[in-house]
Ligand binder design. Structure first.
Ligand SMILES: Nc1ncnc2c1ncn2[C@@H]1O[C@H](COP(=O)(O)OP(=O)(O)O)[C@@H](O)[C@H]1O
Ligand SMILES: [Mg+2]
Length: 206
C-alpha cells in the first residue's frame, strides 16, 4: 500500500482489508470507501494533475490544526470523495474519524436519548468529523442547538471538522447560524469545488 497520500502516518494499517474496515467503521459508504481504497492503493488511478487533487493536498496539510472547513459546490464535484479521502488519512494513522450526513448525525444522537448510549461523545471526540449534506440539516430548534453545541465543543478542543453543503458561500454563511459562521471565519476555509461533474465524466467513458 502506498503511503504518499497520507504523510502524517503513525500507525499504518497492516493490510488493505484493515484499512478498508477502518474506513467503513468511520461511516464512509461503500462507494466512497472503494474510491479511497483505489486512490490509496492504485497509483495509476490517481489523477494528480487536477485542481481536485491539489485542493486535497492542501486540505490534508490542514488536518490536525483544529480546522472547521466547508466544502461547497454543485453535485458530482467530488466533495464527499475528498472528505472521504481525508477520513482515509486519519484511518491510516489509526485515529477515530467519523463521517455522517447532518440528518444521520441528528438521528443518531436523538436515538442515544432512548437507549442511553454515548453516541454524542463519539461525535464530540473523534479526530475528524465530516458532516455531509449540511443543507439538509434538520431545522428544528433542537437540532440547530445540537449542531451549534457540537461544533462549539469541537472548536474548543481544536478537533478538525469538515462541513459539506450545496449552497452558494453567501447562502451557506446566511443559513449556518452566526455562531458557526464566526468560528469558520476564525479557523475555517470555504473550499469551492465546482470543476467538471465527475458523474458525467464517468458516463462519457461508458
Ligand atoms: N477526483 C476524482 N476523480 C475521479 N472520480 C471522482 C473524483 N472525485 C469524485 N469522483 C467520483 O465522482 C462521483 C461523485 O463524487 P462525489 O464525491 O459523490 O460528489 P459530490 O459529493 O460533490 O456530489 C463518485 O462516484 C466519485 O467516486
Ligand atoms: Mg456528496
Amino acid at each position: 500500500m502506498s503511503s504518499s497520500v497520507a504523510s502524517r502516518s503513525t500507525e499504518p494499517p497492516d493490510n488493505d482489508i484493515v484499512f478498508f474496515a477502518r474506513l467503513r467503521r468511520a461511516g464512509v459508504g461503500l462507494r466512497h470507501a472503494e474510491f479511497v481504497m483505489d486512490q490509496f492503493t492504485k497509483e495509476e488511478q490517481r489523477d494528480t494533475k487536477t485542481n481536485w487533487w491539489s485542493v486535497f493536498q492542501s486540505e490534508k496539510n490542514r488536518l490536525g490544526t483544529g480546522m472547521l472547513d466547508t466544502f461547497l459546490g454543485p453535485r458530482g464535484r467530488g466533495k464527499t470523495a475528498m472528505a472521504s479521502m481525508l477520513v482515509g488519512c486519519e484511518c491510516w494513522r489509526n485515529t477515530e474519524p467519523l463521517y455522517a450526513t447532518a440528518m444521520e448525525l441528528a438521528a443518531d444522537i436523538r436515538k442515544s436519548f432512548e437507549d442511553h448510549s454515548d453516541r454524542r461523545r463519539r461525535f464530540e471526540r473523534c479526530s475528524l468529523l465530516v458532516i455531509d449534506e449540511f443543507h439538509r440539516a434538520d431545522k428544528t430548534d433542537w437540532a440547530e442547538r445540537l449542531m451549534e453545541s457540537l461544533l462549539d465543543h469541537r472548536y474548543r478542543y481544536k478537533r478538525d471538522t469538515i462541513i459539506i453543503g450545496n449552497d452558494s458561500p453567501e447562502d451557506f454563511v446566511k443559513h449556518c447560524g452566526s455562531s458557526v459562521a464566526s468560528r469558520i471565519k476564525e479557523c475555517g476555509k470555504i473550499v469551492i469545488l465546482d470543476g467538471e461533474d465527475f458523474r458525467l465524466i464517468g458516463d462519457k467513458h461508458e
